[in-house]
Design a protein around this ligand. Sequence first.
Ligand SMILES: Nc1ncnc2c1ncn2[C@@H]1O[C@H](COP(=O)(O)OP(=O)(O)OP(=O)(O)O)[C@@H](O)[C@H]1O
Ligand SMILES: [Mg+2]
Length: 369
Amino acid sequence: MYLEKIKLRNFRNYCSAEVVLSPRINILYGNNGQGKTNFLEAVSFLTLGSSFRTKRDEELPKHEENGFYLKGEFLDHEESLILEVGTDHNRILVKINGVVYKSKRSLFGRVRTVIFTPEDLQIIKGGPEKRREYLDLYLAQIYPDYRRHYRNFYRALFQRNSLLKRFREGVRDFRELEIWTERMVAEGSQVIALRLKALKEINPWVNRYHQLMSQEKETLSIYYKLAGESVPLLPVSAIQEKLETALQNRKNEEITRGYTLVGPHRDDLILLLNQEWEMRVYGSQGQQRTAALAMKLGMVDLIKRIHGVPPILLLDDVFSEFDNERKKELLRVLTESTQTIISTAEEHDFSNFKSELKSFRVENGVIYD
Ligand SMILES: Nc1ncnc2c1ncn2[C@@H]1O[C@H](COP(=O)(O)OP(=O)(O)OP(=O)(O)O)[C@@H](O)[C@H]1O
Ligand SMILES: [Mg+2]
């Protein structure tokens, strides 16, 4: 599935733009503040029903306008899919192949996209929640069950936390605690099982991308940290057991603190450079960016394998901080796979990739091919 044509009206600094894209590589270049990231934001909004930059949709209409409108025409072999979304005085309008839907949530996952932005450095450098967000966003797009288990887990967690808070106030109902613990463990272990399954699959790809971009000089491996302990791929029953034991061990602490200390909402990933050094601590800026990108590219492969259709890859400002070798390797990897839209503020030499590539100049909300 690729994006053949997109129309933007009153979106961010675009007044009206219509672009026909290449099914391969598309480069958007232009100075700072011209609308390159805004364009990627439009594509991601159409496919996720949300922006990767803001949760506040009211920021999206062009200044002084009351709404925006986006239309994307996607093609997959013979089949076409038309997604439309817009707002009018904060009222949302969604259409899929001409049929009206009530919520922008209906857009989610119709077309899969993987986006890489400078912020994604946080997957490596940031707190555990950034690594969990990385897993959650993609696994929800990849495994239909993930969203369900995740939602159920959070519901149980919420109940369990309210109960633990009451424990702290002296109202102690151990029977109810047991019920919510059981429910939380049942759903939480399914969430963890899918995370482990995904990691097992993407690990070799992620490592391969990292190696390619570092000219075979570095490796990257990902480990899952369940309740503080690095674990391999485990069956659900073993995960349940681990969660139960860890919860048992920290029961008193949970009651004192008044919230749940064990579960997929507290887990983390460990990323090792050359099998040994924690990337978060020892990686250079460029190595960390390479690692973050490799993790995103690994998701591209996983999506392709599970759904048979590659996702659209959006790369915001991906070239800054990469040396020339890393850039060249990256482009080579990309031409092999999927539709990619890349934004960059610098001029680059793309002469090796001429036939695969369409480039656009972005200037003050206008796109020139
Ligand atoms: N709602 C809006 N209405 C009008 N203009 C907006 C709106 N939101 C953002 N902008 C403008 O869009 C421009 C930023 O666009 P964008 O982030 O796409 O830049 P860019 O080309 O990616 O630049 P850089 O290379 O610095 O990342 C800014 O000039 C900003 O003021
Ligand atoms: Mg930008």
